[in-house]
Design a protein around this ligand. Structure first.
Ligand code: MN
Length: 439
């Protein structure tokens, strides 16, 4: 579909954020005024395989003179049953359709970005991309090297920053359940390059230029290396997150910077973490037991050379996260968690058990390695919980994990002050890179 004159003029405005986020003397990404390639046979689509904080696939469709973009953590799937999260990101200039390269450390989106797929597309019926996008229901037919046929993109949460969509294959005869297109074809269509390298290390990211909602304590100097500690900035740091994928972000009405953030479902292809969490929040009398188990678990992990990061669940639970290097499978992480929990139960036979049957647990805390599995949800760090006083799942220093810890004490009202005081204790978890010993 040829962009209309009206949308042409607004393309410039739509790329304001794109421009503001980037220093074109630093990055090799195209400035908005770089001439766009002319697609033959329809609007362009591309997919970048972007090894940023977490590996993801950026689907970009030429609509209204820009590349409307979605970050798909797991990439496109040929299985109609596989509905994949697609988080809408900023519009990119058309010239981005030929970009491939390494976005330098410190720049926005740092890490390798391969041109994983390119081609043309149209909508069903043809010529309705602009209107379908606005309605939040796109049905596109892709004509690429790896992606052929229909896909649906359905918006599931309100418009705005990081609107969420689901991307899934249309049942039009081109579906191929069981075919793993990202696994079978890791290579760039431009260079053939297969391997990607993420950002060297978590360098400070430039905060988004648009004025953040008024920070609660704007005057308080942050000790966290000067980065903007707005929830938006924090969200930017945890998303794309290590393991959890963003499932829902809702701004609470009128509350400015307050966000309810939920994450769900783990991914085996990005950085991962193992976790320990009691099935239910223990009664306060059992909290000491939980502390003891968490401390033992840490010792056990350390003996294996593994660093772990504790955090409150936001309720009365504790999570112990083990940052993992990319490439771990669920099976491997699950088997490791299972072994670790068995050892823990053996060390504390009166406190904990891996016994699934409720009767046979005999009141002991249940160590459920099955939580390290596909489809299980996990509360992400800094998530607000829907409870009185709005508790926040808060990363801890291990020195805080003592019977004196009150896990419900971290709330929306004080978590920012805590960040100012202790910084982001979750940052080490984002360093990733640990490899589980084989079990
Ligand atoms: Mn990206």
């Amino acid at each position: 579909m040829a962009p209309s004159r009206r949308s042409k003029t607004s393309a410039r405005a739509r790329l304001k954020t794109y421009r503001a986020r980037r220093d074109f003397s630093l990055t090799s990404e195209p400035a908005p005024e770089v001439p766009a390639p002319r697609g033959a046979g329809g609007p362009l689509f591309v997919v970048h395989k972007h090894d940023a904080t977490r590996l993801h696939y950026d689907l970009r469709l030429e609509i209204d003179g820009v590349l409307v973009s979605w970050a798909i953590p797991k990439g496109p799937s040929y299985d109609p049953a596989d509905k994949r999260l697609a988080v809408q990101t900023g519009d990119h200039p058309l010239a981005y359709a030929t970009f491939e390269g390494r976005i330098p450390d410190g720049a926005y989106g740092a890490g390798d970005s391969l041109l994983w797929e390119e081609g043309t597309f149209d909508t069903v019926p043809p010529g309705h991309a602009s209107e379908q996008r606005a309605r939040g229901r796109l049905h596109v037919v892709l004509r690429g090297h790896k992606l052929e046929g229909g896909w649906h993109l359905i918006r599931t949460s309100p418009m705005g920053k990081k609107a969420q969509w689901l991307c899934f294959k249309a049942k039009d005869g081109t579906e191929r359940p069981g075919y793993d297109v990202t696994g079978e074809h890791p290579e760039s269509v431009k260079s053939g390059q297969r391997a990607t390298r993420g950002p060297a290390r978590r360098t400070r990211r430039t905060a988004a230029p648009r004025a953040p909602a008024k920070p609660v304590r704007a005057s308080r100097p942050s000790r966290a290396k000067g980065s903007a500690r707005t929830p938006e900035a924090l969200l930017g740091e945890v998303w794309p997150p290590m393991l959890a994928t963003l499932a829902q972000v809702e701004a609470t009405a009128g509350a400015g910077w307050r966000f309810e953030v939920k994450y769900a479902a783990a991914s085996p292809c990005g950085r991962a973490m193992g976790m320990i969490s009691p099935r239910a929040s223990p009664p306060s009398s059992r909290f000491d037991d939980l502390i003891q188990l968490a401390t033992s678990l840490r010792r056990h992990l350390e003996a294996l050379g593994l660093t772990s990061v504790p955090k409150t669940s936001g309720k009365r639970g504790l999570h112990v996260l083990v940052p993992l290097a990319p490439g771990h499978t669920y099976a491997r992480a699950g088997a490791f968690a299972h072994k670790a929990f068995e050892a823990l139960a053996a060390e504390h036979p009166r406190l904990a058990t891996v016994e699934r049957s409720k009767e046979r647990r005999g009141g002991r805390l249940y160590l459920d390695a099955g939580q390290n599995a596909w489809g299980k949800t996990v509360v992400a760090p800094y998530s607000l919980r829907a409870l009185p006083h709005a508790p926040v799942s808060t990363p801890l220093a291990w020195s805080e994990v003592t019977p004196k810890l009150n896990p419900t004490r971290f709330t929306l009202d004080n978590v920012r002050r805590r960040l100012d005081e202790v910084g982001d204790l979750f940052a080490p978890a984002l360093a990733g890179g640990q490899t589980l010993p084989s079990v």
